[in-house]
Design a binder for this molecule. Structure first.
Ligand SMILES: C[S@@+](CC[C@H](N)C(=O)[O-])C[C@H]1O[C@@H](n2cnc3c(N)ncnc32)[C@H](O)[C@@H]1O
Length: 321
């Protein structure tokens, strides 16, 4: 069966017995959430700052979109001090069924709630929103079709006028053979988050590229059992493509975001106190156990902020005061 990439990804990842409805993401790839509890602690610090900025509302929302196995929501809840925890309303949003071991206080939903007061966080969600792929030809862009059983590709028709306008604005292709991932569904998905944010901040964290630096042949990739594999949309592997977070930012602004900051995970986590600093060697003599714990934590922090790894992820932060 030949489909556009967007339809093929939709079916492979979220169709009946699709990859994400069947599999545990952590069996196939490692995200910041799984890398270390330090990540949830940093998100808690962000949440505490928003709580203050909002004047300590009676109910403070934490909404984790694309929650996967719910590890981030559970980690923030577990680390929250009692005075904050008692006012927290935690919602984990995913198309997958509720994981069995999730704490009862966490609401599991297929869509984000309306009227959010607090923090929305979406770690590696947008890269799994299906996108179409266009290829430049001598006659202009054409959609790429894919055979869902073996991943073979061929060219289809012209993209829609709306997609052509998006390509023109956000991912202009120059030479025949160049390819672009049409991020319009991700822009819409992000806008739908911003309209649900009454007051507070929404943060999308993902592999990203910027307008001045788009990869000429795209970023489509597959992951299975921890390894990079050919992106065959047969439901046997994750299929992902980096996110044009600058386009999502513009879409968020149109949807009502009042402030926008686009930075790297390295910078964002450093601002939240994650520095990767090693303990002083003198501690090894006075407190060997504490020293080893601090050393282990420093190496987890270093992984989260490594410039060539997780630290290179983009953080799109938008808020409505
Ligand atoms: C790469 S996983 C990230 C999991 C988790 N946030 C983490 O960092 O470990 C992406 C998740 O997004 C979910 N997802 C994709 N599209 C979604 C949608 N439209 N609504 C809710 N969840 C979605 C998938 O089911 C999957 O669990």
């Amino acid at each position: 069966m030949w489909l556009t990439w967007r339809a093929a990804m939709e079916h492979a990842l979220y169709g009946e017995s699709g990859f994400y409805l069947r599999e545990r993401p952590s069996s196939h790839f490692r995200t910041s959430v799984g890398a270390s509890p330090v990540f949830a602690e940093a998100v808690l610090r962000e949440l505490a700052a928003i709580n203050e900025a909002l004047g300590g509302p009676e109910v403070l929302d934490l909404v984790d979109i694309g929650a996967g196995e719910g590890g981030l929501a559970a980690g923030v809840l577990a680390a929250a001090p009692p005075a904050l925890r008692s006012r927290l309303r935690v919602t984990a949003v995913d198309l997958a069924p509720r994981p069995p071991a999730l704490p009862e206080e966490i609401v599991w939903a297929r869509a984000a709630p309306d009227g959010i007061h607090g923090l929305v966080i979406a770690n590696e969600w947008l890269d799994n929103i299906p996108v179409d792929i266009a290829e430049q030809t001598a006659d202009g862009p054409r959609l790429v079709l894919v055979n869902v059983t073996d991943g073979e590709e061929r060219l289809g028709g012209r993209p829609s006028e709306a997609d052509l306008a998006w390509l023109d604005r956000w991912w202009p292709m120059r030479a025949p053979g160049e390819r672009a991932e049409i991020g319009r569904p991700r822009d819409r998905a992000w806008a739908s988050v911003i309209v649900r944010l009454a007051r507070g901040r929404a943060i999308a964290i993902d592999y990203t590229h910027a307008l001045e630096d788009r990869p000429p042949y795209g970023t489509l990739a597959g992951y299975r059992d921890g390894a990079l594999v050919a992106p065959v949309p047969d439901g046997s592997c994750d299929i992902t493509a980096h996110v044009a977070l600058d386009a999502c930012a513009a879409s968020g602004e149109s949807a009502g975001a009042v402030t926008t900051a686009l930075t790297t995970q390295r910078e964002a986590l450093r601002a939240l106190g994650v520095t990767g600093s090693r303990p002083a060697v003198e501690q090894a003599g006075n407190d060997p156990r504490g020293y080893l714990q601090a050393l282990a934590r420093a190496s987890e922090e270093a992984e989260l902020i490594a410039a060539g790894g997780l630290g290179g992820f983009g953080w799109l932060c938008q808020s409505r005061p």
